[in-house]
Structures are given as C-alpha cells and as structure tokens.
Design a binder for this molecule. Structure first.
Ligand code: SAH
Length: 239
C-alpha cells in the first residue's frame, strides 16, 4: 500500500515538473518570436520610441488571441478575434502608440477594445487606461484577459465609444481603433488642451488615413500619417 502511494506521489511530481518544463519552453518560444517582431517589424520599420519598443517587447500578444492562433500572434498582420473583428497588426499598434507621444502620468481613452492588446500596450506606458467596446462578448473577454494578465490600471466599458467616457474625462490622449468617417464631437470635448487623438479617418468600408489631431486653443491641428485598413466603427457613427 505504502509502495503504491509512493509511486503515485513520484508519478504526480514527475507530471507536474514535465508540465512546467513544457510551459517554460512555450513561453521561451513566444519571447523569441516577440524579440524578432520588435527587431524586424517594429524597429525595422522605423519605430524609435524606446518606451514603445520596450513595452511591446514585453506584452504577451499571444495571450490576447485564441489558442489556435497563438503560433501566428507575432507575425506582422491582423488576426481574427471573433465576431468579424480583428486585433491590429503589431506595426500599426506601434505606429499609433508612438504618435500619441505618451507620458507616464497620462490618462488615455481607447475606443474599440477588441482583444484588449492595444489597451495592454497603453497600460504598460501610462498611469490610467479607459477602453470602450461595443460588442458585449468581446468586452467581457478582453476584460478577463487583462485581469488574468495582471493589468490593474485598465477599465473596460461595454458601450458605444462615440460618446466617450464623461466620468473620467478629460483625457491626455484618445485612440480610436476602428474606422471613422468623422471625429465624434464628444471625443474632441473630452480631450485636454494639447491632448492628442489618433484615428483611422475616411471611408469605413475601404481604406482610411491614419490621422493625428492635436487640440490647440480648442481647435484640432491635423496631420496625416499613413494609409491603413480598419474594421468600421459602428453604432452612432453610422447614423
Ligand atoms: N484595439 C483592438 C482592435 C480593435 S478592432 C485590439 O487591440 O485588439 C475594432 C474594435 O472596435 C472591434 O472590437 C469593434 O467591435 C469595436 N467597435 C466598433 N465600433 C465601436 C464603437 N462605436 N464603440 C466601441 N467599440 C467599437
């Protein structure tokens, strides 16, 4: 009896060790893929902000996609996240984040939580992140992923981002990660003076121009960065 018990304990201990080794090996593979992503697709394509490079080199992008897509999580293209929506490609996440010229103490609003990946990148840089998602399932899943990954400075809300988040306004920066054909007036109001807003602006069906707007004396100064293709912003934007 004692012998059986001993064997069982050994077997169990061996099993735990084996599982731990397998999972360390997987984490290692992801870390290596993440390093390659930073060198080739982020730094390699002109992103220079050391904070963006460091944070994107640390956020486990594979944890924000379905298990079946994890091996492709670090490739430079968008991936499906369910409900016809996508997690943006790493380079575009980097480009938008860098353009916002964030500072540590900033409070940032994101419209279009999706997987929660962009919110996690922001949360690694600034003090407070507020993110709104119009699809309930995605909002719930992103919130869970962010909590599981230990992000304590992100608040997720299920709702239409068109109206912003009055309760926590004004924001130092606003990032819209769905295609818009105009900038929602509430978001302009909820942006601080000298605050930055980035949005894929143009047709919601084809391509858009990544547009950076800075609020100066209540007016937006606009700069066009690069053509992009995002899924459309729905809800009030379409009315
Ligand atoms: N930033 C996300 C990707 C965004 S995909 C990430 O890192 O994974 C665009 C998201 O915007 C989708 O999840 C879509 O449901 C959401 N969306 C579309 N219209 C919206 C609206 N009016 N308010 C809030 N979210 C919206």
């Amino acid at each position: 009896m004692v012998a059986i018990l001993k064997n069982a304990i050994w077997f169990f201990a061996f099993f735990i060790l084996q599982q731990a080794l397998i999972s360390f090996a997987a984490e290692d593979t992801y870390a290596e893929k993440r390093r390659q992503m930073i060198e080739q697709d982020i730094r390699g394509r002109g992103i220079k902000d050391p904070v963006v490079l460091r944070v994107m080199g640390a956020v486990p992008r594979h944890s924000f996609v379905n298990a079946s897509l994890r091996s492709r999580a670090y490739a430079d293209h968008p991936l499906p996240i369910g409900e016809g929506q996508t997690i943006s490609q790493p380079y575009v996440v980097a480009l938008m984040t860098e353009a916002l010229r964030l500072r540590q103490g900033d409070r940032v609003l994101e419209i279009g939580t999706g997987s929660g990946y962009q919110a996690a990148v922001l949360a690694g840089i600034v003090k407070e992140v507020y993110t709104i998602e119009i699809r309930k399932t995605l909002a719930g899943r992103a919130e869970k992923t962010l909590v599981d990954q230990g992000y304590r400075n992100v608040k997720v809300k299920f709702g239409d981002g068109y109206f912003g988040w009055e309760e926590y306004a004004p924001f130092d920066a606003i990032i819209i990660t769905a295609a818009a054909n105009h900038i929602p007036p509430s978001l302009i109001r909820q942006l601080k003076e000298n605050g930055r807003l980035i949005v894929p602006l143009g047709s919601t069906v084809y391509y858009q121009m990544l547009t950076l707007a800075t609020k100066r004396k209540g007016e937006l100064e606009v700069e066009q960065l690069s053509p992009v293709a995002f899924v459309p912003m729905v809800g009030e934007m379409r009315k």
